[in-house]
Design a protein around this ligand. Sequence first.
Ligand code: V47
Ligand code: SF4
Length: 365
Amino acid sequence: MIDISWYEALGLADIAAKVADGTRLSIEDGERLFACPDVTAVGALAHHARTRLHGDKAFYVINRHINYTNICINGCLFCAYSRERGQEGAFRLSLDEILAKATEGPAPAEIHVVGGCHPEIPLAFFEEMLAALKRALPDTELKCFTAVEIAHFARLEGIATSDVLARLKRAGLAMMPGGGAEIFAPEVRTRICPKKSTGEEWLRIAGEAHQTGIPTNCTMLYGHIETVRHRLEHLDALRRRQDETGGFVCFIPLAFQVKNNLLGLSEGTTGVEDLRTIAVSRLMLDNIPHIKAYWIMLGVKLAQTALLFGADDLDGTVVEEKIGHMAGADSAAALSRGDLEAMIRGVGLTPVQRGARFDAKEAAS
Ligand code: V47
Ligand code: SF4
């Protein structure tokens, strides 16, 4: 139940009424939620929306992240992870090294594989990688490659992105992660990632993946040079794409980690800003089922709190993470299933172990 008198006092009764009856919020509604002095009031609305979708369930996955290379031709200015070829710290894993990482513990439900846009790894390598992973781990879902990598593979091969997607799906790709979206607005992109696919191209490839039968996640990198309006326009673009193709499974707001960037930024986001961004995302994205509190970027305690501010998923065990940690994220490298379940139970919710596409794996014990 939404306590309308609380929202009347805040001048947000009309928005609370929209949330109560499931009416889509406008960008201007989103701006008012960002401006509301009481973040707990915004969080309570988002919790109402997430409870309507998921009851008392909160999700996690037994997964493993693998980064196959940090060599990248894009050189995004916010990215602490990428290196040029030959630069100190540059790496590229062989197929055997990828397989060794994938199979080093018990089989995960999901393997998340992404990398930089390497100037010469051919598409055939990734087809072989997917087939080899599938042979080694037949029950593991392969969630690999962002829309930016797909655009890069297509350019290297001189073929259409739809052909890249079809070939990767045939080789065993089940799902794509949501990275590379950053902020779609061209005036932001030209300043933070001028060489990367445009926002329009990212959205086009996501839609193409959905039409090829590959569901994807989607992300937003916030807390750098963007404005609140840019965030809301980004969310609106995602939900319009979702109206058309329906293939987004989960949205992940990525809090910018500030160490080692070329943007000259040194102030990270605050916890309150993170919670507000998660809450407004839940309220705006009325057609995307899941919102992830990615503990790697948020830290464990804030990710847990975010489960009461609109998020319904914690991602997973992860095992090894480089992108956030090279930018100063001070979270642990990995969490256990027990840690994730305790985080969820600690806020009075029921843990549900899921697969990459959020199919339930088993009832939590
Ligand atoms: O695309 C890069 C972001 C993304 C920084 O789909 C940074 O389930 C914060 O997309 N601070 C990769 N973020 C991570 C990603 C992801 C992670 C977990 C789950 C899923 C999923 C997707 O990380 C990049 C970029 O947007 N990023 N540098 C940084 N300094
Ligand atoms: Fe390359 Fe991705 Fe880093 Fe940009 S964010 S430089 S595309 S690895």
